[in-house]
Design a protein around this ligand. Structure first.
Ligand SMILES: [Zn+2]
Length: 284
């Protein structure tokens, strides 16, 4: 009998933890882009419903949230933004006006931002793609955890356990990328749209981009890039689905490099980071 009561209690607690509320019961958390949905879901688990504003295939530099999305944001528990994206900066006031009560958390606050001539209407020369660094994502996850615990304190133990598991996954991912790239002699790559600046910083790589200050390369720049690719032994040219890669393809042909399509805006963030590292390691 002595053992029965705790066991009984454990069952009740276990059932409560495993109870999966339907989407309608769960508080909604809004995020700007799909990779953030990945990070927030990793920490929030079943306790929240996470929705991304920018649909896949749309550009987060210029996206315009729909009136419906703005209204829905009013009921959200939290809005997690990167804080560096073009549309977040240009639309922030509109979002604030439409959803004055929503908690807004900028996940890039406190990160060391890289200078970047990205060419967005609103970016002040900072590289907005902070989520392509596992190191940054570890910090972002801690911020997500703190905000969730504050907004929904009943879930603190659950969120903490999930944060620890996610941080462990991010650490293994970081270690796996380091291992893949450790013996790579040629550390320069070319990319259509410069989305991998933080990835390059973390792993001692050098990013060249076709797009410069938001503009496609002209003839002189194309020639300069071909020369740079040959000189640096560039073997991988990345193109992204939402940016036209015609010029990148032409440069790759001239420089004898392989074209690889990557999607740093994918929900499958961990798989995408590994794919990028593997493409680079394969070319070495
Ligand atoms: Zn971008």
């Amino acid at each position: 009998m002595k053992h029965l009561i705790p066991l009984f209690l454990l069952c009740i607690l276990g059932m409560a933890a495993c109870h999966r509320p339907s989407a309608a019961d769960r508080p909604q958390v809004v995020v700007s882009i799909e990779p953030l949905r990945h990070f927030v879901e990793a920490v929030a688990g079943e306790r929240c419903e996470v929705v991304a504003l920018v649909p896949s295939g749309a550009s987060p530099e210029t996206y315009e949230p729909t009136p419906r999305q703005l209204v829905a944001m009013n009921d959200a528990l939290i809005y997690f933004r990167v804080g560096t994206l073009g549309f977040e900066r240009t639309r922030l006031e509109k979002i604030r006006e439409n959803a004055p009560g929503v908690r807004m958390v900028s996940l890039s606050d406190g990160l060391t931002l890289l200078p970047h001539s990205h060419g967005d209407a609103a970016a002040d020369g900072e590289d907005p793609h902070v989520w392509t660094s596992p190191l940054n994502v570890r910090t972002m996850a801690t911020k997500i955890h703190a905000a969730l615990c504050e907004a929904d304190s009943a879930g603190t133990a659950y969120y903490t356990q999930r944060l620890q598991a996610f941080v462990q996954r991010v650490d293994s991912l970081d270690a796996a990328i380091k291992t893949l790239l450790q013996d790579c002699p040629n550390r320069t790559f070319l990319i259509q749209h410069p989305a991998l600046g933080y990835f390059a910083r973390d792993y001692g790589l050098h990013q060249l981009s076709v797009e410069h200050e938001g503009k496609e390369a002209g003839t002189a720049r194309v020639e300069q890039l071909i020369r740079a690719c040959r000189a640096k032994g560039v073997h991988t040219v990345f193109v992204q689905p939402e940016h036209r890669g015609r010029v990148a393809n032409a440069i790759a042909r001239e420089a004898g490099a392989e074209v690889v399509e990557v999607n740093p805006l994918s929900y499958e963030w961990e798989a995408e980071m590994i794919r990028i590292a593997k493409a680079l390691a394969d070319g070495c």
